[in-house]
Every structure is written in C-alpha cells, then in structure tokens.
Design a protein around this ligand. Structure first.
Ligand code: ADP
Ligand code: MG
Length: 692
C-alpha cells in the first residue's frame, strides 16, 4: 500500500533541491538566485538566454498555478523586467535559469512508501502525467535493467523512440538519470527523502534535464521491527503435541471445534486443553495455563477474547508457536492491544501467528483447521492473510486434484511474516511452489527482499486483495495521488520475478500448472500451439491467449506439408489455432499424431488441447470419444517434453462426472485441466514466467 508521508513534511526551495539533485548526477539548468528584482540583471549576466524567471516564497508548491513562472526572456534585462512584474506576488526571491530546448516532458518521482519503502516513478507527460495515466513504478534501489524496463513499460514509449520526423531521445541519459534517482546510493534512498519529484524532466536527442525539482523533507521514521532469531518452522507444520486455549465446558465455541478437529486428525493423547478451572474439556485433559502444558506441545491455538490474549500468550512456557485466532486487534483499530500481544509473545519467547487468523494446514504433519479428513500430501504451499480464502483454496483445490505441502494463515502478520515463511519454504524439500494471498503485508520491504532471495528456487504466484483501493494518499500530495496500489504490486512482481493473478480461480489454476508441470522448464518464449475441434472456439481461444500476452506462432509451412503428405488437411485447418476433428468418426489419436509431427519441425513450449462437452451431447453421441481424446492428449504429454494443458469447455452439458473423469485421465500424465480458455491462458502465462 502506498502510505502517506510523515505528517510534518517541509517543502524545500527549488534552487536548493536542484543543487542537491545535481550532487547525485541529475542534470539541471544553470541558474542563479536573486533576492530582489533589482539584482536580477546583474545576477543573470553570466547565463545564456533564453532565460526563465521563477518567483518563490516559503510554502509555494505549484508555481504556474499562481503565475509565478515567466519563460522566454531573451536577455538578462528582459529577465529583470519579468522579475519586476512578478514583484506584485510579493515573493521572497527569484530563481533565474537557462531555458532548456523543447523535448518530451517526463516526470520522475520518488516516495518513501509506508509499506514498501523507497519507490520511484517514471511518467510520460510532465504536468499531464496524471491525466495521461502513463506511469511505471519500481522499488528502489533499481538496476540498469529495471531502468530500461521502466522506459519500455510506458505506453507512450514510441514518443521517446522517435519517428514521424522526430528524433529519438537520448535514452542512455534517461537511464542514467533514473539510476541517479533510484539506483544504489541514489537520492530516493536518502534518509531525509519523504517525497520527491522532478517535473518536468525534458528529454531530447541531446540529453535529459530536470527543469523543476520539488522535495518534501520529513523527519526520518526509525524502523519499528525488532529483529528476531531465525526460526525453524518445522514444528509449526508438524507439531508433536497441540494445546487449545479457549474451549468451554458450558457452551461450545471455536475452541471446542478445534479440539474436535485435532482429535479427528489423530492427535488423541497428544492434545491438551487449557482451561482456568476444568480438569477436562470434551474429554480432553485440561491444564490451567500455557505454563502447564507438556513439553511435547509445540503449538498452541488461542481462541479467547482479544483483551485476554496477551495474558494467555505471556504465560506460555514450552510451545514454540502460538496461533491467535481471535480478532479485535489492529483490524478494529485496537493497536494498543496488538502491541501488548507482541510484547507478551517476545517475553514468553514464542513465535506468534496472527492474530485474526485460522491456523495451519499440513497433511504430512497432521495440522489442520478444517473439519474434514486431511488431503493427500503434495508440493504446493500457500501463505495467506485470510483464513477464509485459505479454506477455499484447500477445499476447492483438493476437489480439483491439487495437493498441498503446507498452508499457513497469517491474519494481521503481527510477528511471523510472509517473508520469513517464504525463506523457510525455499529450503523445504516438500515444497515446490508457493501461492500467496495478501492484503497488507506489514513489512513490504522484507517481503520484496524475501521474494527476490527465493526467485531462483521457488516459483511464487500471488493474488493481492485490495489492489484497486485508492484514496489513502489521494489528498496527501501530487505524486502520492499519482501512485496507485496496483502499480506498486506490478513493480514488485516485475522486480522479484513472481506472477500476479487477479482471481482466486486463477491462483488455483496457476498453482495447478506449476505443480503438474514441475520440472518441465522451457526457454523463455510466449509461443503456444492451440489444437482442437471447432474453428470458432479456436478463434476465441486466440483472443484469450492474445489478452494474456501469449503468441500463437504460425505452424511452419514445412510442418503443414508433412501433415498434408500424411493425409491430413481435409476438413482441417493447418494453422495455429489448429482445427482437427474429434468425435465418433474421427481417429481418437489424431491429436497425438498431428502435434508430434509439428513438434518434429518446430517445437512449441506449450500446447493447449481443447474440447467441448456440449458438442458430444447435441448429436446424441456418447462421451467415449471425448475421453479417448483426453487419453490421447495425456499420451502426448507422456511422449513429449513440452507442457500440455487441456481445456474442457461446457462440462455441465455432459454427464455429471465427465469433468472428474477427464481430469483424472489428464492428471495421470501431469496435464492440468481448465474449464475456460481464459483460465488456461492465465495459468500458462504464469507458468511461462516462472518455469523458465
Ligand atoms: P511548476 O511549479 O508550476 O511546476 P515549473 O518550474 O515546472 O513550475 O515550470 C512550469 C513549466 O515551465 C514547466 O512545466 C516547463 O514546461 C517550463 N519550464 C520551467 N523551467 C524551465 C526551464 N529551465 N527550461 C525550459 N522550460 C522550463
Ligand atoms: Mg513543475
């Protein structure tokens, strides 16, 4: 989230900011300052016209809005005349500077975001950048490659590349300026920087120059996180014993529900209840406090009212991990209660999950927060800030055949963070990919660094809730208003090499793709081969894949010739999307032969085979040919190294179990099944980003 700058920010005078940025290597116009209009002519004598005169006074921000800027003064005398006229504004001084030749106006800004820290912005249009809404963000420090990607990420980039009789701008100079602002040691990292803007930067074939510079200086806010020792999260996911605090002997509540869950999960004698007076709860032996639990209890679940949580946690002696289910903390404005809870956890030397979260799920370790039988253990890990979303991901995912290694819900992430668990999962031999559902990671900078650290070992797909929320900074200031939450997440994804998805269904689809195709890495390429019956569906597929940034690279003519020589072609289209016949009269393994023959001539990293259940019912045919097609698609995956995805459309038109049957056949070969082209396109795009 883009948080507001510190409340008391000080506006620094333009000439002082320009001197400061020049020290970092940002080109600025030559200029002088005069205290009164009388002094302007002499002061400006050494400058080369045309000249610009800007009147200033303390607190002035938008000079043009109040008529304080005069351009095009042809001499020092003309500049003095302009200053005299500007005298009616009663300024405290005048900045006179050389006027830069025209070019493309850009904005380069930096803010210190409350969650993610120093962040830089490049936008097209100078003062019109907000209206044009063409901006790209990156978290500082940026690399040269980040700077290049920022420039390439502008929709209006052709304006910078030249054409139509206009020369290209000096791109190298712009890269250097971006690095001076946001690179290692750049001014965006300076501690006094609250908010900073060069607007405009004029870019031309001869270089770039910052003709306006604004700095809001704020007192540095000290870092609030206290370092904690590196934790082995193994026992969190496979506790030897579990304690539940808060189950009642009178009216069953969440605590009683969890006692039942853990009993069902086989904890039996390794389960203990914590109750102030009772000696047993629901038949589970009880002790009065977390100080009294057996040494084998690694994990305690706390479900008591928020106001009592700190006392309960503070008493803990033994459990390494305490999960606080209760809500009613910072999410309800109760920040003091939350601070007490953290202090209590530190005192008791426990690591705390939550508050305001559901718990942990791990089929291998028996951990659960669902009242269902644990699923089969798998390789997918999920970290979420919503217990509800976690429950849906597990339940719906397992219904679709996904299998999980470890799922943790973090709620308010007061102590244990997503960043810490990511680092742990990167070293976990049971985990091969991670899905995230985040709303507001407390330590955005830590998350960014953790994601970057794991990028080569752990593919990460993230669903972010609240990406469209604006307004936190709308009133804060100019640059703030130009920054939206969504852009900072896109910056983080680009820099940390993760895939962003926009729906829960797409998160499941991408995780399924990563898991099924685990180990099937390919060279970077946007190419897909689409094959299936029905030309119309193929065209719609092409549209979906296009939207997802994938490319239906044409089938080479040599491959088409081979296919024709093999007798294909009648009733088929030999392009991409490739139309082939599927049905009772078609050869069931046609899809296998066609794709293999193309693969001999030109390999595609991803192949999408689609089929429509409705077409098998309309004409009264059985589902056998459909399942034979799916079996051929599975064989194709077994035979070849490319990644196959199956799209089974309109399954609701077929018999009740048709999707399950098709999915079961596909999964034997590691082929994920999608219900729509859009779902497949989103998953393949994520897979291409992460499995290269
Ligand atoms: P404001 O406070 O209104 O943003 P600026 O200093 O940006 O004031 O000046 C307003 C406009 O005048 C700029 O957007 C730019 O187009 C032009 N301008 C200002 N200074 C110069 C300069 N030194 N060379 C060329 N153009 C300039
Ligand atoms: Mg300006």
């Amino acid at each position: 989230m883009i948080g507001p700058p510190s409340a008391v920010a000080e506006v620094v005078a333009e000439h002082a900011v320009k001197a400061w940025v020049a020290g970092f290597g940002v080109p600025v116009p030559r200029g002088v300052v005069a205290a009164s209009a009388d002094e302007v002519e002499a002061a400006a004598a050494g400058l080369r016209p045309p000249l610009v005169v800007k009147a200033f006074w303390p607190g002035l921000v938008h000079k043009s809005d109040v008529g304080a800027v005069r351009l095009g003064c042809t001499s020092a005398t003309a500049a003095a005349d302009a200053a005299t006229e500007l005298g009616r504004l009663s300024p405290t001084g005048y900045l006179v500077e050389e006027q830069a030749p025209p070019g493309v106006e850009l904005v380069v800004g930096a803010i210190s975001d409350a969650t993610f820290g120093p962040t830089i912005l490049l936008g097209l249009g100078g003062i019109w950048a907000e209206a044009l809404d063409d901006t790209v963000l990156r978290l500082a420090p940026i690399t040269r490659q980040d700077a290049e990607e920022m420039i390439d990420g502008l929709r209006g980039r052709p304006l910078l590349d030249g054409g139509r009789g206009r020369p290209a701008i000096d791109r190298d100079a712009l890269v250097r300026l971006l690095l001076a602002v946001g690179g290692p040691g750049g001014l965006a990292l300076a501690p006094e920087m609250a908010e900073f803007e060069l607007n405009p930067v004029i870019a031309s074939p001869d270089g770039v120059i910052a003709v306006d510079a604004r700095l809001l200086r704020a007192p540095a806010v000290p870092a609030q996180r206290t370092a904690v020792a590196r934790t082995d999260f193994g026992p969190l996911f496979a506790p030897r014993g579990v304690a539940v605090v808060g189950a009642s002997v009178k009216a069953p509540n969440f605590g009683n529900m969890f006692l039942e869950f853990y009993r069902a999960a086989g904890f039996g004698s390794r389960l203990v209840a914590v109750h102030p007076t009772a000696t047993s709860v629901d038949g589970v032996p009880a002790v009065p406090s977390l100080a009294d639990v057996p040494a084998s209890v690694d994990y305690a679940l706390v479900a008591v009212p928020a106001a009592r949580c700190a006392d309960v946690v503070g008493a803990a002696r033994g459990p390494a991990f305490v999960q606080v289910m209760s809500g009613g903390f910072s999410e309800d404005g109760e920040t003091a209660l939350e601070a007490d809870l953290l202090a209590a956890a530190r005192r008791a030397r426990v690591r705390l999950l939550g508050p305001n979260c559901m718990g942990v799920y791990s089929p291998r370790g028996g951990q659960t927060f669902l009242g269902t039988d644990p699923g089969r253990p798998g390789r997918i890990a999920v970290l979420t800030q919503s217990g509800g979303v976690a429950g849906e991901i597990i339940t719906v995912g397992e219904r679709r055949g996904l299998t999980f290694s470890k799922v943790a819900t973090l709620g308010n992430s007061l102590d244990v963070t997503v960043a810490e668990l990511l680092a742990y999962l990167a070293g976990d031999p049971e985990t091969a990919s991670v899905g995230l559902y985040l709303e507001n990671p407390r330590d955005g900078r830590g998350l960014f660094e953790a994601l970057r650290a794991v990028r080569d070992v752990l593919p990460v797909v993230a669903l972010i809730g609240g990406r469209s929320r604006q307004g936190a900074r709308a009133a804060a200031s100019h640059t703030g208003a130009m920054v939206s939450d969504d852009r900072i997440w896109r910056a983080l994804a680009a820099q940390a090499g993760i895939a962003l998805v926009s729906t829960q269904d797409d998160l499941l689809g991408a995780l399924d793709f990563l898991d099924q195709h685990h180990g099937r890495r390919s060279a970077p390429s946007a190419d897909v081969l689409v094959v299936g019956p029905s030309g119309g569906a193929g065209v719609l597929a092409a549209d979906c894949f296009d939207r997802a940034g994938l490319r239906l690279a044409p089938v080479p003519t040599e491959a088409q010739a081979v296919l024709r020589a093999a007798g294909l072609g009648a009733g088929t289209t030999l392009t991409n999307p490739l139309e082939i016949t599927v049905g009772p009269r078609a050869r069931p393994d046609l899809v296998y032969d066609v794709v293999c023959q193309i693969d001999e001539v030109q390999p595609y990293p991803d192949v999408v085979a689609h089929v429509n259940a409705q077409s098998f019912v309309s004409f009264g045919t059985s589902m056998k040919p459909l399942l034979a097609y799916v079996a051929a698609v599975a064989d194709l995956q077994r035979a070849r190294p490319f990644r196959v995805s199956l799209v089974l459309r309109n399954a609701e038109c077929g018999p009740a179990r048709i999707e399950d049957e098709a999915r079961a056949i596909a999964r034997t070969a590691g082929v994920p099944l999608y219900r729509t082209f859009d779902a497949a396109a989103s998953a393949i795009a994520a897979g291409k980003r992460l499995l290269t």
